[in-house]
Design a protein around this ligand. Structure first.
Ligand SMILES: [Zn+2]
Length: 294
């Protein structure tokens, strides 16, 4: 869809299933299950909805899904879509990995950073986008690579080393303009260095929320993920960002909802938010005029 002079498209970084309890933390199951029915293994459906942003002359991918390197056991546990869903999804838009200029990570958990690297035949692991600059908060990078015992299992070195090795890693500090029209908004909460991405062109604004609010079912401000390292901070940032979106008529972009990738928001009478004008994928329109189309 057009956002000012930018083009935004939903990319499928892979579908998977995950334990419902972990996605809702302290929220009682009787409450979240009304919104999100679980399967017989107590799992709920998820999608990695990544984003393709075409700004003037630059192709940007935000988050990359879990990628092709999941250990077999994990692949089975979460029934993850196989192969490289993100690359297949990019191909649908006639985008090759070498066309991508910038890859921005909201944070570095496996289901956001794993799709940026792949295993080669010789057993080495290489980054997937040969020209791209990889952008992430410095604080997130330090947390992810620091081997802190309290974050054991949260980050995988096979997703991070290829980015460091590429020589194209760009660490940013705080709320900065990453590219003209693309700004970081550090939310913390989910991880220390978690950032949402604000996309703005010609007065139109969309916000990629990352795991601050991964599905529309997480709109109640107090409904946090079990994975959030600072729950109160998630709630603070969520109230602030969702409030801005609702009050300005901006577009919210969800990264894990299996059904809805984008929606406008409105405030409800419980001091929370509700969706209006939900979209499964962003409308594709006539892509033959897209600047990268060849
Ligand atoms: Zn996630």
């Amino acid at each position: 869809m057009q956002l000012g002079r930018f083009d935004l498209q939903t990319l499928n970084g892979g579908r998977f299933w995950i334990d419902g309890g972990t996605m809702f933390g302290v929220v009682p199951r009787v409450l979240w299950e009304r919104q999100f029915p679980a399967d017989e293994q107590h799992r709920i459906a998820q999608r990695c909805s990544c984003l393709l942003v075409s700004t003037q002359g630059r192709l940007v991918v935000i988050d990359t899904g879990y990628g092709p390197k999941l250990p077999e056991k994990q692949q089975r546990q979460i029934s993850a879509e196989a192969d490289e869903p993100l690359i297949a999804s990019l191909a649908e838009f006639h985008v090759r990995p070498e066309d991508v200029d910038t890859v921005i990570f909201t944070h570095l958990h496996f289901d956001h950073a794993g799709g940026a690297s792949r295993l080669l035949a010789d057993g080495s692991i290489q980054d997937v986008f040969p020209r791209a600059e990889y952008v992430v908060q410095r604080r997130e990078w330090i947390t992810a690579t620091g081997n802190f015992p309290e974050y054991r299992g949260a980050y995988q070195s096979e997703n991070l080393e290829p980015l460091a090795k590429s020589g194209r890693l760009r660490l940013i500090d705080g709320n900065v303009e990453i590219l003209p029209g693309l700004r970081s908004f550090v939310t913390g909460g989910h991880t220390d260095g978690h950032q949402a991405i604000i996309i703005e062109s010609e007065g139109e604004v969309a916000i990629y929320l990352g795991d601050l609010c991964p599905t529309w079912r997480h709109l109640p401000v107090l409904w946090c993920l079990g994975y959030d390292v600072h729950m109160a901070q998630t709630r603070r940032s969520k109230a602030e960002l969702l409030g801005l979106i609702a009050d300005h008529g901006w577009l919210a972009l969800f990264d894990h909802d299996p059904d809805i990738a984008a929606a406008k928001l409105t405030r409800n009478d419980r001091k929370d938010f509700a969706i209006v004008e939900p979209m499964f994928d962003l409308p594709r329109g006539d892509l033959s005029h897209a600047p990268w189309f060849s």
